[in-house]
Design a protein around this ligand. Structure first.
Ligand SMILES: Nc1ncnc2c1ncn2[C@@H]1O[C@H](COP(=O)(O)OP(=O)(O)O)[C@@H](O)[C@H]1O
Ligand SMILES: [Mg+2]
Length: 340
């Protein structure tokens, strides 16, 4: 019987490279409070919300809950490369948890791997080249412009600024040099720039007994001042003074049913292939050729009430607390144990 839930989030007191100024602020604490309120009001459970990582591992071993709601999407002590370690630790000690296992996180954190696998599965993806972090920071000769440059392994738009869209070999060289400085030794990707609308597709559930595909979301860049590349840059996630922070909105995507079905089909296959669990979000953009292409698979997507997943749930008439409940229920059903 699952009765005691421990909701684990990022550590509010530790630095966080994906947040504004590298730390948690009132906007993060506000979404955390809304989540904690909804979780503690969830009927049938005793809920504890933990956002301190100091002492966490010992505590989990000494007094394991019945289920960890793993909303730690920042990593242990907010170290992005140690996001999977939290899930791995829980697995080692047999503590059930919601969301993706470590294997899925490893795979999805490597964008080149995601792209190669998706392409092999027949899912449209952008053209791409890698610039290895141990070689010259030079754009490949056969590159067509505009192109988008981003780190192969990163999250939260780290390494994707307004200048990530490059229009010439000179701009590409400058941006690669900037990335080299920001993330020394890191592999960079240069991709076909997808100029069309950006979509998100969120799912809750599991292949068995079934995935709920939420209505697709479109990122509304229409209010962004002319001259700024319409992308979800680091500024959009961490710089409140930037138009990227203030002028981007989310709306329900208005897409033909057949196209949504094609995307949903790809998402179902990718969910299974990457070994995702309980919920996930897939990001797409339309290319210059009119085709919708996969950009990213998020195994541990943002759970906040102002995040994309919550918007998508809202499009389906699912209120935020009900969305959280669906995630918990998906995990409990998967674990094959009745809810309390
Ligand atoms: N090939 C591309 N063409 C156009 N925009 C892109 C491309 N790749 C990334 N972006 C933009 O950059 C944002 C962040 O890229 P993404 O790969 O999702 O990285 P992250 O893991 O940091 O979210 C996307 O939401 C999109 O706006
Ligand atoms: Mg993304």
């Amino acid at each position: 019987m699952i009765r005691k839930l421990l909701v684990l989030t990022g550590d509010h007191g530790a630095p966080d490279p994906t947040k504004r100024g590298g730390a948690y602020h009132e906007e993060d604490l506000a979404t955390h409070a809304a989540m904690a309120e909804a979780m503690t009001a969830m009927s049938g459970f005793e809920v504890e919300v933990v956002s301190r990582h100091e002492g966490l591992l010992d505590r989990l071993r000494a007094d394991p809950p019945d289920l960890v709601v793993n909303f730690c999407d920042t990593g242990f002590f907010n170290v992005p490369t140690q996001e999977l370690h939290v899930a791995a630790y829980l697995e080692l000690f047999g503590i059930p948890y919601t969301g993706a296992p470590p294997a899925a996180m490893v795979l999805c954190y490597d964008k080149q791997a995601v792209r190669v696998i998706a392409e092999a599965m027949g899912v449209p993806v952008p053209w791409e080249r890698m610039v290895p972090g141990d070689g010259p920071a030079e754009p490949p000769e056969d590159l067509a412009y505009p192109a988008l440059i981003k780190p192969n392994r990163a999250d939260g738009s780290v390494g994707i600024t307004k200048d990530a869209v490059v229009h010439s070999a000179g701009e590409a060289r400058d941006y690669l040099a900037f990335l080299r400085d920001l993330l020394p030794g890191a592999d960079a990707l240069i991709q076909e720039y997808l100029p069309g609308p950006e979509y998100g597709l969120g799912v809750i559930g599991n292949p068995e007994p079934g995935l709920t595909v939420l209505p697709p979301l479109e990122v509304d860049f229409s209010r962004l001042p002319a001259g700024l590349a319409p992308i979800l840059s680091f500024e959009s996630k961490a710089m409140p003074d930037s138009p990227y922070w203030t002028d981007i909105a989310f709306k329900r995507a208005d897409l033909p049913a057949a196209e949504v079905e094609t995307m949903a089909g790809a998402v179902r296959r990718l969910f299974r292939r990457f070994g995702l669990r309980d919920y996930a979000r897939f990001d797409f953009r339309r290319g210059a050729d009119g085709r919708v292409k996969l950009m990213e698979v998020n195994p541990n997507p943002a759970w906040a009430n102002d995040g994309k997943l919550a918007f998508m749930a809202g499009f389906a008439g699912i209120a935020y607390p009900a969305m959280l409940r669906m995630i918990v229920d998906a995990a409990i059903e998967r674990l094959g144990r009745p809810a309390a």
